[in-house]
Design a protein around this ligand. Structure first.
Ligand code: ATP
Ligand code: MG
Length: 366
């Protein structure tokens, strides 16, 4: 079913207001068929509202929704090729696990033998083999959530909308389920739209993602691109652990942009972005690409550096986060390999430089 160059979901100028609250503001979005797409963003940003608009549970204030190139903006949920896994999961409390999972198939009048097989297969897939006879209240929150997933998967609709499907799971189970979800999606070839505020979860499952905040689409792209080459300052700040320096363009030499931070200056490559002297811009540097450098050692390669005082080392296993307060008071993080694995200890209170290769900084135009 999955031709990745065909469009499964397209929204155009989609907006939803609740009185004065603009939950979704003029979003344009395309999702390819068979894609695993994530909507990632902070709480209250509009992710659930956008998903509900796609599923038909609410009507847009403005704009249109197309599924497989058909306009569905005014069709009810059951007339759309979608099914939805809700954020607050609700199993039928008076039905067994098996009956819950088979519910949608019974509505579709699928033969009972076929329902039995499909349900059994699906319970195996979500790791609940042997739980079919249990009632929902006899399951943990995480198990209930997996029953809900099974209930949606078994319908084999073209597009599955998942609203925080793993929120009730602990970190380990969530990691396992992420990988399981991705594997399952690849196997069945459905288009998945997965809402989460957890960036690791989004990166694990999704081919492409959109960052949604304050009702708007901030940035969209391949997960690895949004991590490595975020265009917007918000994206850099939201995904991963970034140091962000706000300043003003002071000089432009070909593709090297010099940015004045007040008491110091750093440079970054423009990577095709257009800017002018005097523009307010930001530079982000991932903590894992920033290094704490002893002031007495001279570097063998040219680095962008800022000076400060080492405050604290936070041991995280393989890596240690070095917290440094710059001369201007800004705190930055340099994440380095821990001692045990070949790093070196830095004493608190040491004067130190933070440095990174010029090509490792990213420019953000406000
Ligand atoms: N039925 C409603 N009536 C009024 N305001 C609403 C309604 N539903 C959502 N909102 C508001 O719209 C905004 C977006 O809400 P939404 O539930 O889409 O956010 P979200 O990104 O899913 O957040 P979370 O990660 O917390 O689930 C919020 O400010 C919310 O308070
Ligand atoms: Mg939500």
């Amino acid at each position: 079913m999955s031709e990745k160059n065909e469009i499964a979901v397209e929204v155009k100028g989609l907006s939803k207001s609740y009185g004065p609250v603009q939950a979704v503001k003029s979003i344009d979005l395309q999702i390819g068929m068979g894609e695993y797409f994530a909507l990632l963003g902070p709480s209250g940003g509009g992710k659930t509202t956008l998903l509900r608009l796609i599923g038909g549970f609410i009507r847009p204030t403005e704009g249109q929704v197309f599924l497989h190139n058909q306009e569905v903006s005014h069709l009810p949920p059951n007339a759309r090729p979608t099914s939805m896994v809700f954020q607050s999961f609700a199993l039928f409390p008076h039905m067994t696990v098996e009956q819950n999972v088979g519910y949608g198939l019974r509505l579709k009048k699928v033969a009972s033998d076929e329902i039995k097989d499909k349900v059994a297969n699906m319970l195996k897939t979500v790791g609940l083999d042997g739980y079919g006879e249990r009632m929902p209240h006899e399951l943990s929150g995480g198990q209930q959530q997996r029953v809900q997933l099974a209930r949606s998967f078994v319908l084999e609709t073209d597009i599955l909308l998942l609203d925080e499907p793993l929120a009730a799971l602990d970190a380990n189970l969530r990691r396992d389920m992420c990988i399981e979800l991705k594997r399952l999606q690849e196997k069945i070839g459905m288009t998945f739209i997965h809402v989460t505020h957890n960036q690791e979860e989004a990166m694990t499952v999704a081919d492409n993602m959109a960052i949604i905040a304050d009702g708007s689409l901030v940035e969209m792209g391949k997960s690895s691109d949004l991590y490595e080459n975020p265009i917007r300052r918000f994206t850099a700040d939201f995904i991963g652990e970034n140091n962000i320096f706000d300043g003003q363009v002071s000089k432009i030499e070909d593709d090297v942009i010099h940015v004045d931070l007040g008491s110091s200056s750093i440079a970054v490559l423009s990577r095709g972005q257009k800017t002018s002297v005097g523009d307010k811009v930001s530079i982000s540097v991932r903590s894992e690409l920033a290094r704490a450098i002893d002031t007495s050692t001279s570097s063998t390669e040219p680095l962008e550096t800022l000076s400060g005082i080492h405050r604290e080392s936070v041991y995280l296993g393989l890596t240690t986060s070095e917290l440094i307060t710059l001369d201007n008071g800004q705190e930055v993080l340099a994440r380095q390999i821990s001692d045990r694995y070949g790093g070196h200890t830095i004493a608190n209170g040491t004067s130190i430089n933070v440095g990174w290769r010029q090509q490792d900084g990213r420019l953000h135009i406000s």
